[in-house]
Design a protein around this ligand. Structure first.
Ligand code: 5GP
Ligand code: MN
Length: 352
């Protein structure tokens, strides 16, 4: 991938000149949000910049080992400090999201901040609210994009092990451990450079994926045993979780991460959804295989968005009404869902 020369030049200029820098990322930050944000933090700190990271709400426990994650300010619990960071910033890097609304608690403050705002992101359809938009949707992750950007700016020679660990977490988690969104050689070439920088792939994998609490594992069992509905005629499977379910299994943030992928891994399923009941809304997590765009489904019907094969959204109806709406929509999408099905006897699909 060749980034626009002007973007690379502007990025190089920005990171080379001392400034009060703030890095922000999206609500409910995931591995790539934190990976790309902390990686940039490590880089800027190393070259002597004053830099802070501000996140809307806390990170899940499986990311708490990440180097210097404890340095990040959390807006939800420290609003005053968060506001000071936003107003005091000269440059704000916006990592892994495509609209100021995605930071949720400080959307208005971010939108009206006087700082120069740089978007570094891989989601579809970025809003035009930023001074510089570096948006590449074919990369695996924002972490990969950040590495490519530094590389093309001639700044990737000295990547610290800590920074490489952060970038690797972003790439590993956004590709489901290199199982999707990773069909470009660059993704693996960059991964090789991170290994060169000293990361331990096996240990990082363990820290992120082998850290289930017993209750999280049992919640997964409940999802698969009692909350999974398969609709073969629509190549669709979904899981729904009520507040009572979450309470019973002592839900902690991050505990439903990856649950939707189990529904997608059923044979002949090309659309999967997870509906989780929250205090004020139903949270939707959508996944698909092939050409079927959950980004469009989320955008057109639930005010959400994301990528073609992974998107999120919210519904402000009850669980029953939301599930009914979803099932009714499936009728409309039936031809597209059917068309999308993979015939295991047909090798052609490998080359589509
Ligand atoms: P998840 O299902 O893991 O919450 O989200 C899947 C993808 O969609 C992520 O890349 C996430 O950033 C994006 N996404 C999640 N929720 C929303 C949303 O409400 N709006 C938009 N535009 N993107 C979302
Ligand atoms: Mn991402």
């Amino acid at each position: 991938m060749n980034l626009l020369t002007n973007s690379v030049k502007y990025f190089r200029k920005l990171v080379s000149e001392p400034a009060q820098v703030l890095i922000v990322t999206h609500y409910n930050p995931d591995g790539d949000a934190i990976g790309s944000s902390l990686a940039l933090y490590h880089y800027l700190k190393l070259i002597g910049h004053k830099v802070n990271v501000l996140i809307p709400n806390d990170i899940p426990s499986f990311l708490k080992w990440m180097p210097e994650s404890e340095q990040m300010a959390i807006y939800q619990t420290d609003t005053e400090a968060g506001n000071k960071l936003i107003t005091g910033a000269e440059v704000i890097f916006c990592m892994d999201f495509n609209s100021t609304s995605r930071v949720k608690y400080f959307s208005d403050q971010l939108a009206s901040a006087s700082a120069t705002k740089i978007l570094i992101d891989h989601h579809l359809q970025p809003e035009k609210e930023f001074d510089l938009i570096i948006s590449v949707t074919e990369v695996s992750s924002t972490s990969e994009l950040l590495f490519a950007l530094l590389d093309q700016a001639g700044l990737a020679g000295n990547i610290s092990t800590e920074m490489a660990e952060c970038l690797f977490v972003g790439m590993m988690t956004d590709t489901g451990s290199y199982s999707y969104a990773c069909n470009r050689p660059e993704t693996f070439l960059i991964t090789a450079r991170l290994i060169d920088a000293g990361i331990n792939v096996e240990k990082i994998h363990q820290l992120v994926y082998d850290t289930y609490s017993e209750s999280r594992m049992r919640l997964l069992g409940h999802c698969l045993g009692r909350r999974l509905k398969v609709l073969p005629e629509y190549s669709t499977a979904y899981i729904w979780l009520t507040k009572a379910d979450l309470e019973k299994y002592e839900y902690q943030p991050g505990d439903t991460e990856g649950v939707v992928n189990y529904a997608l891994s059923i044979e002949n399923i090309s659309l999967a959804a997870l509906f989780t009941e929250r205090d004020d809304r139903i949270r939707l997590s959508l996944r698909s295989k092939g050409d079927f765009s959950v980004n469009e489904l989320a955008r057109n019907h639930f005010n959400g968005g994301g990528h073609r094969n992974a998107a999120g959204a919210d519904s402000f109806d009850s669980m029953d009404v939301t599930l009914q709406k979803f099932e009714t929509l499936l009728q409309q999408y039936k031809p597209a869902l059917k068309h999308n099905m993979v015939n295991p006897n047909n090798r052609e699909f490998l080359y589509e």
